[in-house]
Design a protein around this ligand. Sequence first.
Ligand code: WT7
Length: 647
Amino acid sequence: MGAYVSNLRSVPSEWASRAYVDAAGHAEKYRRSVAEPEAFWREESACVDWIKPWTKLSDSSFEETDFGIQWFADGTLNVSANCLDRHLTERGDTIAIIWEGDDPSQQRTLTYRDLHQEVCRFANALKMLGTTKGDRVTIYMPMIPEAAVAMLACSRIGAIHSVVFGGFSPEALAGRIQDCDSKLVVTADAGMRGGKQVPLKANVDQALKHCPSVAAVLTVRHVGIDLPMAEGRDHWWHNLRERALPECTPEEMAAEDPLFILYTSGSTGKPKGVLHTTGGYLVWAAMTHHYVFDYRPGEVYWCAADIGWITGHSYVVYGPLANGATQVMFEGVPSYPDHSRFWQIVDRHQVNIFYGAPTALRALMREGDEWVQKTSRSSLRLLGSVGEPINPEAWEWYWRVVGEERCPIVDTWWQTETGAAMITGMPGAVAMKPGSASLPMFGVVPQLVDGDGKVLDDTAEGNLCITQSWPGQMRTVWGDHKRFFQTYFTTYPGKYFTGDGCRRDEDGYYWITGRVDDVINVSGHRMGTAEVESALVAHAKVAEAAVVGMPHEIKGQGIYAYVTLNAGEAASDKVRQELVHWVRHEIGPIATPDVIHFAPALPKTRSGKIMRRILRKIAEGDTSNLGDISTLADPLVVDGLIATKGD
Ligand code: WT7
């Protein structure tokens, strides 16, 4: 994160007077959330309708001896009933979802009543296909209302969904289906992005060659293409829908029953199935959505994230729908048909609250202000940012050009593991600093530590930990509870380690500096360097590979791969293209290497460990200060790398 400038922007007075919390309210709520959690959560957990109210708040410990995380454990509820049924009397005819297709001529709206009926039908269809409570259902869908319908239908009957982003390859999809033994896959014939078809059902067919656990595939007709349907296995949603009743009693779930699995990349090994449970997650998603976006009935909210990521789970599906919001759901991309698309959608649907990622802003910023300025955007009153640190330049552009210095920006730091926003602005309460995610959310206790685990107080920069559990915390890694403990609670015993570096300034504001582990953040999407490496070494010509992040103007970070070819293989542009294609095929387009550096050898210590620090420096182009290289088995390797860079 470049130069650090404090640059405080005060809370606009109209916000201070109208928001759910002002500065004093924020401070008081935060204090109570930590000092009197029982009373605080008694109040805040009422944002959710409980079937049986909870009596025991939390039973959580990050210590090895009594490790475990539980919230509201004896309470019961149903998530879909909270997102749908409870709105029907007052808001049945209110629009829940305004869908905007990739093609700007395509739109659909669903009221809460429509959505309720669709979810009930879908839930009944899931039952017809033999799905019961606790079963895993993999959802591989485009951004269409049926994606949310499928998720809510699972939650209605107590099935555990695992949404896999539609941009992942059949191989990546297969791995995620196998890991959680899904019996059913929900997909669409195809999705549309930027005028191009994404062959979802064909990818599923490909993946299922390696997935014996899957007994049924439920396909939504969206694009309308002809498809081979496997007899006995494949079902069209529109056929089942005709037979499915629009009523389905929601299953009473315990607060700690699993709600969903979402796979995410870590610094080692294959992606982890992050498990979130029912009560704590819903309270956390709904509460944070309420305060961070200050949503009021009648307003139009739009989170531009895909449901394949946690942002789509918490801030397209569960948070806004639990709060009865009217929202835009967008299938396409910001650059199609042209670079005005986001702002045209804002005008067309009179969007008041817009939540997006810095990578999209940087890409649009580069195209020039005209694309924004030719739209009105007068409906906008709040802007949000998520997924990666927002550089001050992009922040200023968002503030000045998109929001015309009228709309506060809430920068929200969080992770797949944290369920929802953890360190964040709040429009009526927290003065803004461009580039800072601001202050901890109620109930969140951040701590900075140095490499040895020493706690750093006051103004400091270190590794970001969270010392106490919060309701939306992940509960386990699917099928590997040990890995959950080892990944997050052993680096700094007794604390949850986020993997992020962070600075705290003199006003107590937090500035996320980026990952300090072997995870890279490409366009706000997480990628494990180990995953890309294992894809590369699976190629017949590759002997060894090491992957690091590199600065990238639009994506935030790009993927820089050092590759040593097998003896007898000659480096060439053709091989380079072959490897790029191979990685896209193995993982998906988001893992596309930006640079393949054919390296004669990799810098290793005498014990054979690759020194990534040096590889990062060379990738950044900063070779003046490589630090101590005397522990390398062969220090000359470094000269070889510098000499071959850019070849
Ligand atoms: C990683 C988590 C937040 C949901 C989407 C990404 C980075 C996320 C911010 C932010 C600085 C951020 C962190 C974090 N990150 N939001 N506002 N400022 N960095 O979820 O895929 O689990 O990635 O994204 O490095 O650890 P994810």
